[in-house]
Design a protein around this ligand. Sequence first.
Ligand SMILES: N[C@@H](CCC[C@H](N)C(=O)O)C(=O)O
Length: 306
Amino acid sequence: MTEPHASLTGMRFSKGHGTGNDFVLLADPDGDTQISPEQVAFLCDRHRGIGGDGLIRAVRSMHLPEGVALLAGNPGAEWFMDYRNADGSLSEMCGNGVRVFVHFLIEQGLVVLHPGDELTIGTRGGVKVVARTGYGYRVDMGPWEFIFPDKAAERGMDSLVEAAGLAVARPALSVDMGNPHTVVALADAAELEGTNLNQAPSVTPVPPHGTNVEFAVPAEPLVRDDVGHISMRVHERGVGETLSCGTGACAAAATTRFWAGADAPDTWEVTVPGGVVGVRFFPGLDGREHVELSGPAIIVASGVLS
Ligand SMILES: N[C@@H](CCC[C@H](N)C(=O)O)C(=O)O
């Protein structure tokens, strides 16, 4: 039997993370490397591979059919973030990943980006504009929307979530951030701590393409100096519990702000087990409300697959 990594021998990789959400990164500028789901799962395996919540391949958009389609409307999106979850499945978008992806492009000498400069990136969840800041990166994640808008408007919830450690099913609200999320509000830190995310939560009804599930606790008080504060844990589709999820933090801030009503602020700080990310809602040039995600990006190691 051929080992899943056999055809990857000699390939250079890097390992990076954003607030503890970690990725194996491969540079494949000309789209020469086809990676199977089994190879992704092997590379992301924490015991037998390099280990990561996902794998990111940096490829020029012109070498992927999805990228070519994006380039028609966005000729500046030269680079495409080909994102896979640790189990080998595709995801449309990764908020922590897109910051680490841009940092990787810079480290590899594939782009030059000074603090204050912006770079347009192609993803399966659409084009994202990433700006380098003094501290890390700020990403225009585009508009957010409810997955079941009628139920959200009528009842403020659209599904029930059951999770180990929670005695009863909880109401939840599902948000599309390019990828799907279902957000549950918990009462306090003890409840958040007591939720067992080693087992996948069950969501009814589950959004059409599956979902990532966020458990969010509003701070007491919720708003300080016009900034909303929440703590969150996440069970990611295709991965399991992770230390952070950027799109999940955006979804948790969007739902908490919706539940809090008209006076809720536009700026949020979301604390996850791996750190803190910033979320801001602002009017986009397309007339829709956009979400901005900010946080760090770190490359910790580089090597060659043996
Ligand atoms: N951790 C990511 C999201 C990664 C993809 C997710 N598991 C999915 O399947 O949608 C983030 O930072 O957004």
